[in-house]
Every structure is written in structure tokens, then in C-alpha cells.
Design a protein around this ligand. Structure first.
Ligand code: NAP
Length: 281
């Protein structure tokens, strides 16, 4: 069922007016599910309508959704301690309701991609464990994918890594010289660009052709997101803004300022956070 977000608070008021606090809470959660369902429907429609074609840069490649949470002052993670080098884990930034949204977005893509530093700091699972309200059950569990050029991050985690059967994109040199990796890991050797990092075009092509990844969620961190924005490779922005100020920390930026050719932008309230979905054409 599709409920326009502007009717959400009205509906919530009607549902909650005759209920106890506990019952009202569960009704609010039901409304969050409906809002998330709306977002998922919008995303899937965009994937069908705007699947990259021969006119798109780096065709053939997956439909790319950049999905992340940021504070009101535009930070995805705070600095950890005195030195402005290490950042904190992203977990406490957005609210628990937004976690449902993250899992639903994961479930709506063939693959979920993170940068090597996010792997080593957050050690995430990147699975969908919360979203089971989908009658289509299209992509229940996405493939997890990590960009780790020299395989340093995955090696430092060792057996404590929580990803199951991830694809690790690395340089050809790292793939040929690496000896100790968990057997469940699939290595995808990729070309490197001039800055020594994975060439995104080569990686996207290999993921699409070799692994059937036709839709890809980029979950962060900011360095990885910047690379995709610099190459103008984002087809949909899904930004959750949490009512917090982080002060110092890292945010998403791009070298080249440019106007996104946005087809639609919608705002949704998820718990106490605000989620902006911009479909780019
Ligand atoms: N708020 C959120 O939604 C959110 C989401 C995710 C993460 N985070 C937070 O973000 C922080 C980590 O972000 P980060 O910016 O430091 O690192 P990151 O984006 O997670 O990872 C960047 C690393 O990926 C590797 N990489 C390989 N090819 C690349 C390419 N083409 N472009 C970009 N990177 C490439 C590079 O390391 P190598 O050269 O070693 O390969 C690079 O240093 C953590 O604190 C995490 O908690 C927040």
C-alpha cells in the first residue's frame, strides 16, 4: 500500500488518539513500516525506469544508489580522540527506525558496497535482518562487496570479520601476492587508477558481467562516496539526516561542484530522522 508521506502524521494522530502509550508506539512503528515501504517502492521504480543504458557513463554498469546517514552539520562520522585521522563507528548516528530503512534499502539491491576503512572500523554484516515486509521478496540478501586495494583492512580483521562470503575488490598485485585470507572470501582483482585506488569503471563492469550485480547500494564511507560523486556515477541519493550535531568529523564532498540532473526529490520522516530521496537522470 502506498501512503503519501504528507498524510503520515495525520494518520498517526488518528491511530494514536484512542490508544495507550504502548499501543501508540506500535502503531507508530506500523507507520514507519509504511513509510519505508513507500521509499522502497520509489527506489525500485527508479531502478526500472533509469537503469543505466548505452548513453550512461561506464555502461554496462549497475544502477547505483548512494545511501548514508549524516548529522545536521553534514558529518557521517566524528573524529575519534585528538588526532583528526581515525573516525568513530557510524552506528549511533541515525535512530533505530532508520536502521529498518537501511535494511530495506539493502534488500532492494543486488549488492552493497563499502570502503576498506568502513570495513575495519565498523566491521558490519551488511545483511538485511529487519526488513521482512516485502511481498515481492526480490533481493532478500544482497552480496556484500568491499574496496580494499591492498587487502590490508580485511587481513587486519582476520577471523573477526562479520561479512559472509564477501567479494573483495583489490589490485591485481595484492590478489596475486596474498596468501592468508578466509576461504569464504571471493577476490575480484581490478585495475587501479592513477591515484593507486581501484578503478571504479573496471570494478563495476566486472561486478555486472561476472556476478550479476545490476543494482548496487553504496553505504559509505565518505571517501568512497566522494569517488563515485567525482565520477558522476550516482543514480539515486538516499540521505538520512539525523537531528544531531557532530562538530568535527568527516562529510561527503566532491572535487567538482555540479548540479545533479534530479528527476524527483521526496522527503520522508522515519522515526526522528528525515530521509531525502533524489532520483538522478
Ligand atoms: N554515516 C554513515 O552512513 C556511514 C556509512 C559508512 C561509513 N561511515 C563511517 O565512515 C568512516 C570511514 O570512512 P572513510 O571515508 O574514512 O573510508 P571509506 O570510504 O570507508 O574507505 C575508503 C578506502 O577505500 C579504499 N578504496 C579503494 N578504492 C577506492 C576508490 N576508488 N575510491 C575510494 N576509496 C577506495 C581506500 O583504501 P585502500 O587504498 O586501502 O584500498 C580508501 O582509503 C567510518 O568512521 C565509518 O563509521 C559512516
Amino acid at each position: 500500500m502506498r501512503i503519501p508521506s504528507r498524510f503520515r502524521s495525520l494518520l498517526c494522530g488518528i491511530l494514536c488518539s484512542t490508544l495507550s502509550a504502548d499501543e501508540a508506539l506500535s502503531k507508530t512503528q506500523i507507520l514507519d513500516v509504511l513509510v519505508v515501504q513507500n521509499i522502497v517502492t520509489e527506489l525500485r521504480t527508479a531502478q526500472k525506469q533509469f537503469m543505466p543504458d548505452a548513453a550512461s557513463p561506464l555502461f554496462p554498469r549497475p544502477f547505483i544508489t548512494a545511501a548514508y546517514a549524516q548529522s545536521v552539520d553534514g558529518k557521517l562520522a566524528a573524529y575519534n580522540g585528538k588526532e583528526e585521522v581515525e573516525t568513530t563507528s557510524n552506528f549511533p548516528l541515525s535512530g533505530s527506525d532508520s536502521l529498518l530503512l537501511t535494511h530495506a534499502i539493502r534488500a532492494s539491491h543486488d549488492g552493497v558496497l563499502i570502503g576498506g576503512k568502513t570495513l575495519s572500523i565498523d566491521n558490519p554484516r551488511l545483511t538485511n535482518r529487519l526488513w521482512d515486509h516485502d511481498s515481492l521478496k526480490l533481493h532478500a540478501q544482497p552480496t556484500s562487496i568491499v574496496l580494499d586495494t591492498h587487502l590490508n583492512n580485511i587481513q587486519s580483521l582476520g577471523d573477526s570479520m562479520r561479512l559472509k562470503h564477501p567479494i573483495i575488490c583489490c589490485s591485481k598485485e595484492a590478489a596475486s601476492s596474498c596468501k592468508e585470507l578466509p576461504s569464504s572470501v571471493v577476490l575480484l582483482p581490478c585495475r587501479c587508477s592513477k591515484n593507486g585506488q581501484i578503478d571504479l569503471g573496471d570494478m563495476l563492469h566486472k561486478l555486472y558481467i561476472g556476478y550479476g550485480i545490476k543494482s548496487l547500494m553504496i553505504e559509505g564511507g565518505p571517501t568512497l562516496l566522494k569517488s563515485f560523486l567525482d565520477d558522476q556515477l550516482v543514480d539515486c541519493l538516499c540521505i538520512t539526516i539525523a537531528p544531531k550535531f557532530l562538530g568535527s568529523g568527516i562529510g561527503v564532498s566532491t572535487n567538482k561542484g555540479y548540479h545533479l540532473p534530479v528527476s524527483t526529490t521526496n522527503f520522508y520522516i522515519v522515526g526522528k530522522d528525515c530521509c531525502m530521496i533524489s532520483v538522478i537522470r
